[in-house]
Design a protein around this ligand. Structure first.
Ligand SMILES: *Cc1c(COP(=O)(O)O)cnc(C)c1O
Length: 402
């Protein structure tokens, strides 16, 4: 074939995700820099007053103020949108800013929200405490059975919100089934895709309307900055979401966007390695006499193994496990580790262990915790980039101390 035709790879949408994550969204300045430029500025200068006027009228393109647009943040947004296969994206200051913006922009007093009960602590607080304060009723359901969502829907339900796999017990929610239920009732489905990462799961392709991320986790992946993202259709993002960000200000810092752009370049490599190690660790822990139960979506023992295989490319970078002997034993294991550090973050290059009962889920009553499967012996492990053999040896040493 002659090479007279246009190179198909000139179209960013024709490129594989790994390629998009290295080049996607890049806009070089007049200096032709290799790495993305950091535009650490709050405002913009107009050539004349008429130009300022028409930019404010949305008649000429161009930035106005970094609360609602900035070139470095825009590069991050474009790269995220290409990865997710979304029409549009917005960067936010934190994952919680993304969740709060996604939900608040869709509701008003008198509306109703349905959410899965197993949620990240802050997300559950927004749904359970803040929304009702502002006149938006909310219902929490066991997300493992889609029928529970159907039963909770009301005529005024405007949004359905869930994360899958859930924190910390890695339960799976059937995104496609819940999307159908939400849409049958005219509600938007919002998915917190942090635990799966955009590499392992694509909620928009399964019918979700909005996907939210804490970019603090795998997208940075090296414990440096906070960030968040919301992705969806151009209509939703340029409409409700953009207006909410522009007028209330949960905006992403250009510096953080720049760090996160670098994080995106290595995201697939890191997530694949971490998922592979996590699967090996789950297998090593599953047969151990001191381990009562292992929670890993792609382990045969997972009650939703089939669904997890269908919905996720890998079993996630997290493993949870319950040790024999409750909290005392769990503390012994964590305190004996030499490589894995004790922290509540996740998705990091460093492997991290957390005891949800006494940290992330401390504020809940014991009944609520047990209802979410959070027992005193439960430990949540975020698998990092260390050698899997070292991580397994570290954990086996810890378990020997019980
Ligand atoms: C961390 C996290 C959040 C909140 O993100 P921040 O960047 O810490 O604000 C929301 N959802 C999930 C599942 C998370 O793990």
């Amino acid at each position: 074939m002659s090479s007279k035709e246009k190179n198909p790879l000139a179209d960013p949408k024709r490129r594989a995700p790994e390629t998009q994550l290295v080049h996607g969204g890049t806009e070089r300045s007049q200096h032709g820099e290799t790495s993305e430029a950091l535009f650490l500025n709050s405002g913009y200068v107009y050539p004349n007053s008429t130009d300022a006027e028409t930019r404010f009228q949305n008649k000429t393109p161009g930035h106005i103020y970094s609360r609602f647009s900035n070139p470095t943040v825009e590069m991050f947004q474009k790269r995220m949108a290409l990865l997710e296969g979304a029409e549009a994206a917005r960067g936010l200051a934190t994952g919680m800013a993304a969740v709060t913006t996604a939900l608040m922009s869709q509701v008003r007093a008198g509306d109703h929200v349905v959410a899965a009960r197993a949620l990240f602590g802050g997300c559950r607080f927004v749904v359970e405490d803040f929304l009702p304060r502002w006149g938006v009723a909310s219902t929490l359901v066991d997300g493992r059975d889609p029928a529970n969502f159907a039963a909770a829907m009301r005529p005024n339900t405007k949004a359905v919100f869930l994360e899958t796999p859930t924190n910390p017990t890695l339960e799976i929610v059937d995104i496609a089934a819940v999307a159908e239920i939400a849409h049958a009732h005219g509600a938007k489905l919002v998915i917190d895709n942090v635990f799966a990462t955009p590499i392992n799961q694509s909620p928009l392709a399964l019918g979700a309307d909005l996907v939210v991320y804490s970019a603090t986790k795998h997208i940075d992946g090296q414990g440096r900055v906070l960030g968040g993202a919301i992705l969806g259709s151009q209509e939703l993002i340029a409409g409700d979401i953009h207006t909410f960000i522009r007028q209330t200000g949960p905006s992403m810092s250009p510096f953080n966007a720049w760090v996160l752009l670098k994080g995106l370049e290595t995201l697939p490599l890191r997530v694949r390695q971490q998922s592979e190690s996590a699967a090996r660790i789950a297998e090593a822990l599953a047969g151990h006499t001191k381990v009562r139960k292992v929670f890993y979506p792609h382990h045969k023992s997972h009650p939703q193994y089939e669904l997890a295989k269908r919905q996720m490319k890998s079993g996630s970078t997290l493993v949870a496990f319950e040790v024999e002997g409750g909290q005392e034993a769990a503390f012994k294991v964590a305190d004996a580790l030499a490589v894995i550090v004790i922290s509540n973050n996740l998705g990091d290059a460093k492997s991290i262990i957390a005891h949800p009962t006494t940290t992330t889920h401390q504020r809940f009553s014991e009944d609520v915790r047990l209802d979410m499967g959070i027992t005193p012996g439960l430990l949540r492990l975020s698998v990092g980039l260390e050698a899997a053999d070292d991580l397994i040896a570290d954990l086996l040493y810890g378990l020997d101390q019980i």
